[in-house]
Design a protein. Structure first.
Length: 290
């Protein structure tokens, strides 16, 4: 019963927040660019319908008995849903920050604050999407992994939204260069896409690959997100007198933790997997699913 209630709440919240985000994007286009750009509602409605169809009958983890008698957890193709959402989101974000943000005024209701609130719907949608489609009665390993998704991946999404605040033009004196603007938009676009990698790790069985997509995500988070964000925040702080973000320390902490985990995987876990026999690997895999 609790699982069903959670799924229905997740469906309702995701529909409300996704439709609100798409609707508010259209309002910004209409106010600052022109009514023609309301045509963006067409792909937005398609994404909303697809998202609603997928989440109306929520994705669940299922335990199957494979032909070699090994238990395996599968998740439906939820990473495709996230990719479709991002294919519509990323061009709109780029359009907003190249044609709209220069015109925003702090005192206007549909100004920088409302745009930041609209963008912050994306991390919330990811949390609802993950938790709403997770059967908590399944393996403990999956429970831990879903908790990881809802924490680290969501925090990276918030980081990507927060750093875009530096592109708002509050004062001509503190306007960032075109190069930094382009770099931030590229990094944020990649940031929106990266959760699909972590979601794909839930879809494919652990025995079918030598390296998990969780490790790939951590490497991308380290090299593509947190280190570049850390460097850019230092440049903005020292070169443009921008206020330092509290997520500056988040970048340092996550960089240290992910570096430690990647080194641990490369020097310890990877070598131990190579030294174990196939029978031992089957035992370890079954134990991780208990």
């Amino acid at each position: 019963m609790y699982q069903k209630i959670l799924e229905w709440i997740a469906f309702a919240l995701s529909f409300i927040f996704l439709s609100s985000q798409l609707g508010l994007f259209g309002v910004f286009y209409y106010l600052y660019i022109g009514p023609t750009w309301l045509l963006w509602y067409i792909p937005g409605v398609i994404v909303l319908i697809y998202w609603s169809v997928v989440t109306f009958r929520p994705i669940k983890f299922t335990t199957k008995l494979t032909s070699n008698s090994n238990l395996r957890d599968n998740m439906s193709l939820c990473y495709i849903t996230w990719l479709i959402y991002c294919v519509n989101l990323i061009p709109q974000v780029i359009l907003l920050f190249t044609h709209v943000t220069d015109q925003l005024h702090r005192k206007f209701y549909f100004g920088p604050r409302m745009l930041k609130l609209t963008l912050s719907c994306t991390p919330f949608l990811f949390v609802v999407f993950v938790f709403g489609h997770h059967n908590r009665n399944e393996s403990q390993f999956r429970n831990y992994y879903v908790a990881y998704l809802a924490n680290e991946v969501t925090l990276d999404l918030f980081d990507g939204v927060e750093i875009l605040e530096n592109l708002f033009v509050y004062d001509i004196e503190f306007t960032v260069s075109i190069a930094i603007k382009v770099i931030l938009l590229i990094l944020s676009s990649i940031n929106f896409l990266l959760p699909a990698i972590a979601l794909y790790d839930l879809h494919s069985p652990p025995s079918s690959r030598r390296i998990t997509f969780k490790v790939i995500y951590k490497a991308c988070s380290l090299l593509i997100l947190n280190i570049p964000y850390l460097i850019i925040r230092i440049i903005l702080w020292r070169g443009y007198q921008k206020d330092i973000s509290v997520l500056f320390m988040k970048n340092i902490i996550v960089t240290a933790l992910n570096t430690d985990e990647l080194l641990h995987y490369y020097f310890i876990e990877r070598t131990s997997k190579q030294s174990t026999t196939p029978q031992q690997r089957d035992i370890h895999r079954l134990e991780s699913q208990v």
